[in-house]
Design a protein. Structure first.
Length: 471
């Protein structure tokens, strides 16, 4: 196997493994909470803890990967992912499980950010890169599809813990496979922005922790303190980055229409369709009485088509720009979401399928475009940073979206089926509005972000031999 194909295999399998880990608790939350003796707060943290690790360290992981070696960051992230998954598999304590899931998110952040950066270097030709990022986009959908199914199957066969043991083994294999990839890094390595790293990690973690705790009550002092601290630390991060002569991320990138557009698309993806589907398993089980296996298959109805269309996206007309692909895909996702409105307490699983299929088809096109545009919208040598920034926007959008969904979908009185159904309809409308707003921002703000961009606008398209294949 040549070096480029090995890189693509490692990056796509790595991303898929991270998404399997991320979605694993969705289908067997009741088993997991029961095994850990977790109460309502514990259940919320079980679902949200990995998102904290991802959201807090994706941007940092991308910066470190570009400056100190993308393969090195990928291997280190795989090892951390393995350790976090192994601890998750064996601990009897919910607090330790939550911490292990945060660690898993940190490792996953390095794998995702550096993996897409490795692809950008391994495939400098625009057409080849379009194919490669299509596979990467497919791996996102595949991970979301496989996670709930594998988790449910292993939980029914033996134990809910088995999926984390399998993930630990898979992460070790990833680390071994990636050692055969060639190293790459930016030609001009910047000094490590320690104040930026610390402020971003602490600020994002505090904000996400506050959102997680807030689902159990927004007026508690701990929630107010966490949210306030998160906002203040992130504001301090922005100030520090503006003043730094070696910032972790150049905030001037947001003046680039292409970067602003792809960031808005990623945020809308997380706050729109992903936030809604994070709620579908719990809703379908409580309000409609559907079995966990059935709800796992419902997730597949959305994620399965996204795998196929992400692979096929490279066959779309070349004159259809990345901005047009992202904006149009978000509009189609809105239509798919609205098709999920109007469910009643007598509805079966089939009622969800048409809307999920349509949204899944559009999500595949969107995932492929996000992978391509995230590295095409940043300066040369910063592909992993572009990936980290884009995925940070996606997971922050997801965290905020899930919180909003939990608020608007919560019944005001008793949790009757009618109240749950009314809450679902509100969640559909709100998340569809987020997706539509994202589409409008992409189409109105983004300039031409070509599917075959000029090399000067394409991350890593003009790499020197030393920069492309160091080590």
């Amino acid at each position: 196997m040549d070096a480029a194909r090995r890189t693509l295999l490692s990056a796509t399998l790595g991303t898929m493994t991270v998404l399997v880990a991320f979605t694993a608790p969705l289908a067997n939350l009741n088993q997991t909470a029961g095994g850990l003796d977790a109460g309502p707060t514990g259940r919320t943290w079980i679902l949200s803890s990995m998102a904290i690790g991802l959201g807090a360290f994706l941007l940092t992981a991308g910066r470190v990967a570009d400056d100190y070696g993308r393969r090195r960051a990928f291997v280190a992230g795989s090892v951390v992912l393995a350790v976090g998954s192994l601890v998750s598999a064996v601990t009897p304590d919910v607090e330790v499980f939550v911490l292990a899931r945060i660690v898993t998110g940190v490792g996953g952040a390095a794998v995702i950010a550096s993996g897409l950066g490795m692809i950008a270097v391994a495939f400098p030709d625009p057409l080849e890169r379009a194919r490669a990022t299509g596979w990467w986009g497919a791996s996102v959908g595949a991970g979301i599809a496989v996670g709930p199914l594998v988790s449910t199957w292993l939980g029914r066969w033996h134990s809910w813990r088995d999926v984390y043991a399998v993930l630990a083994l898979a992460a070790v294999l990833l680390a071994v496979t990636a050692t055969g990839c060639r190293e790459s890094r930016a030609t001009h390595r910047a000094r490590l922005d320690l104040p930026g790293i610390v402020l971003l990690a602490l600020g994002t973690s505090a904000l996400l922790a506050g959102l997680t705790e807030g689902r159990q009550g927004w007026t508690r002092p701990a929630v107010i303190t966490l949210l306030t601290l998160g906002v203040l630390l992130l504001a301090a991060f922005v100030v520090a980055e503006w003043r730094s002569d070696h910032p972790m991320i150049d905030l001037g990138l947001f003046r680039r229409p292409a970067f602003a557009a792809v960031t808005a698309a990623a945020f809308a993806t997380g706050g729109g369709i992903i936030a809604l589907l994070s709620f579908v398993s719990g809703f379908a089980g409580l309000a409609l009485g559907l079995a966990p296996t059935t709800t796992a298959w419902l997730m597949l109805a959305w994620s399965g088509p996204s795998v196929l269309t992400a692979l096929a996206a490279r066959r779309l007309p070349h004159h259809w720009t990345g901005r047009a692909r992202m904006g149009s895909a978000l509009v189609v996702i809105v239509v798919g979401q609205l098709m999920l409105w109007g469910v009643d307490s007598t509805s079966g699983a089939a009622r969800f399928v048409p809307g999920l299929l349509l949204a899944g088809v559009a999500t595949g096109v969107l995932n492929a475009a996000l992978g391509r545009e995230s590295v095409a919208s940043v300066p040369e040598g910063q592909g992993a940073l572009g990936s980290g920034a884009n995925n940070t926007a996606r997971y922050l959008g997801s965290a905020l979206g899930v919180t909003v969904v939990s608020v608007v979908a919560a019944p005001s009185g008793s949790a009757t089926k009618e109240a749950l159904v009314a809450g679902w309809d509100r969640a559909v409308i709100v998340t569809a509005a987020v997706s539509l707003l994202g589409a409008l921002v992409v189409l109105l703000v983004g300039e031409r972000s070509a599917v075959e961009p000029e090399p000067r606008d394409t991350a890593l398209a003009k790499l020197s031999p030393d920069e492309a294949w160091e080590g």
